[in-house]
Design a protein around this ligand. Sequence first.
Ligand SMILES: Nc1ncnc2c1ncn2[C@@H]1O[C@H](COP(=O)(O)OP(=O)(O)O)[C@@H](O)[C@H]1O
Ligand SMILES: [Mg+2]
Length: 257
Amino acid sequence: MSKILLEIQGLRKQYGTLEVLKGVDCTMREGEVISIIGSSGSGKTTMLRCINMLEEFQGGHIRLAGEEIGYDHAGATRKRKSEKDIARQRAMTGMAFQQFNLFPHMTALQNVMLGLLKVKKMPRDEAHAIAEKWLDRVGLAGRGGHYPGQLSGGQQQRVAIARAIAMAPQLMLFDEVTSALDPELVGEVLQVIKGLAAADGMSMLLVTHEMRFAYDVSTRVIFMNQGVICEEGDPKEMFVNPKTERLAEFLKTSSFT
Ligand SMILES: Nc1ncnc2c1ncn2[C@@H]1O[C@H](COP(=O)(O)OP(=O)(O)O)[C@@H](O)[C@H]1O
Ligand SMILES: [Mg+2]
């Protein structure tokens, strides 16, 4: 079995008095593709944002590639890491969102190159070569000179995915990357993600409402309900024989056919 990449233990997160994550435990190995499913408000986005340190959390541990994320623990107390360390740890993950957030005044190529130049301080020609390689890998060879406004939603999302992956993260986080797309553009984005999982062996944690995709692509599925992992397992098993009433209910209302 491959090495453990991500280990989450007892993760707790509150917004004010609202408990959103109530003790999440999860272990992920290198090369795994895990889909997180669950109804709106169950804490899926919050979990991804904690891994990426876009949110602070109040309790528990997140370890990524052997590193304790976000806080240094000493006995029962803990201290937030320095901003420099947090920025470095944040770069261990790449994230793609529902909204693509490309810079509209920059071409696709410039969007992908930006982080390589500014964050990785890469020489221009090297950054250019890497950006072209990833645009090619997401099916956008020859579109590098286009501005976001000249691309379809599906193409823009593929640029956003190329931009995240070009930074060579150890783990990719996808949060409902097809939810803002017109139905006819969903397939091309899912196809790209599928290709990255298969050909590049990239480790991925993805929140999705695309049940067929979760079924076909995931090595494992996590079903979240009200801030905890309610059920997890092999998609082939879980979708056919849900163990909990809640998952059975959820699958009934979702579009898995
Ligand atoms: N910034 C925030 N401030 C307060 N409450 C929030 C914030 N973000 C999310 N929540 C609440 O946390 C809960 C979980 O949200 P979220 O993680 O976005 O769920 P999901 O992605 O599963 O739909 C919801 O009740 C939501 O209203
Ligand atoms: Mg969400």
